[in-house]
Design a protein around this ligand. Structure first.
Ligand code: FAD
Length: 329
């Protein structure tokens, strides 16, 4: 019997979309095999209420650890607990998100277990006794393929790269005691600062509208925000040129030195398509680029291109999206 563990990420008591993606990925690996999907959920008392969502995406078992010490992510106690759980549970693999939290947690767990970790994976499949994963490297210019033979194999998946697909199971919740006392951890989270809790996180948004230097000034970003607003499920991103200028906060930056995203739709507005920007968005499922320069490199990765002035194109596009949404009801 070989189970697959999925780390179910939560922030502030809310389940993150990457948690469902991790469970769904684990389900894909477990199907047809003799083993279960165990979703691991750490949080403050009450976090077990999210178990239903995890069953919906394919968990057979939701392992819940409710403790005030897990209300916020704590690298020391979370990694100790997750490593202990994997070591004690006959797991063939453990799936994490390659999110900020997962990038911190998964290598710590791999170190404790002295096992292999494939990080920031964009696809994975089972091949005999191995897992075959792909991982973009050299700012996305090369796609590396790796065969993972380690047991357990740890894999962190790029947010949005493997969609969460509902596959409901009738599962069971198992409450588990933490290892030691998480409240006594040497790591103390004193403050968490969030940019705007009402804003959709770039990692969770199915649609991202990103603006570049082609917008000319911060006061023109309302055009980008209005297009995002018309979609209704979109977040606003930016290039480094824009964040360096202070037109948008650094938390909005997409790229090699910013966020790496894989939304269903990425709209690049007035963005040249520098390699460092592409590193953060080229795995988006559909890319639309608007640029007045028909030779801009962004068109090489775009599925759809509009050669035109953003100040003329954006109002028309926003109006068209609003009307299409209205017609849909
Ligand atoms: C180590 C390193 C790390 C980096 N990390 C990142 C990163 O993480 N993310 C990132 O984005 N960049 C990063 N960069 C910077 C990157 O190299 C580019 O400089 C940056 O992405 C360019 O941003 P941009 O496309 O907004 O601006 P530009 O390259 O100036 O492009 C502006 C585009 O707008 C078009 N345009 C202008 N006016 C209009 C108009 N009216 N209508 C339509 N189109 C118009 C132009 O044709 C042009 O293509 C990094 C650079 C280095 C060296």
């Amino acid at each position: 019997m070989t189970h697959i563990l999925a780390f179910a990420e939560q922030r502030g008591g809310a389940l993150r979309k990457v948690a469902l993606e991790a469970v769904s990925t684990a389900r894909g690996l477990a199907d047809g095999q003799d083993g279960e999907v165990h979703a691991l959920l750490l949080g403050a008392p009450g976090i077990a209420a999210h178990a239903e969502s995890l069953f919906e995406y394919g968990a057979d078992v939701v392992l819940v650890v409710e403790h005030d010490g897990f209300a916020q992510y704590n690298a020391e106690s979370a990694s100790a607990f997750v490593a202990d759980r994997i070591a004690s549970g006959a797991y063939r693999a453990a799936i994490f998100a390659a999110s900020a939290m997962g990038k911190d947690l998964a290598p710590r767990v791999a170190g404790k277990l002295k096992t292999a970790l494939a990080s920031d994976v964009t696809s994975l499949a089972r091949e005999g006794d191995a897992y075959v994963v792909t991982h973009p490297t050299y700012t996305g210019k090369v796609i590396a393929t790796a065969r993972l033979l380690a047991k357990p194999a740890l894999i962190s998946v790029r947010p949005g790269a493997i969609p969460a697909i509902a596959k409901p199971r009738t599962g069971r919740v198992e409450k588990v005691a933490p290892v030691g006392d998480p409240a006594k951890s040497r790591v103390v989270v004193t403050e968490t600062s969030t940019s705007d809790s009402k804003k959709l996180d770039l990692g969770d948004a199915p649609v991202i509208v990103s603006g570049g230097r082609g917008l000319k000034a911060s006061e023109h970003f309302h055009l980008v925000e209005e297009l995002a607003d018309a979609f209704g499920n979109a977040a606003v991103g930016a290039t480094r040129a824009v964040t360096d200028e202070g037109w948008r906060p650094h938390s909005d930056q997409i790229g090699q030195t910013g966020r790496v995203v894989s939304p269903d739709l990425y709209v690049a507005v007035g963005i040249s398509g520098a390699i460092q920007h592409l590193a953060g968005m080229r795995t988006a499922r559909t890319i639309v680029a608007i640029n007045r320069d028909k030779d801009a490199p962004i068109f090489k990765v775009a599925d759809y291109g509009i050669v035109g002035d953003v100040f003329e194109v954006l109002p028309v596009l926003t109006k068209a999206i609003r009307e299409a949404k209205k017609a849909q009801g």
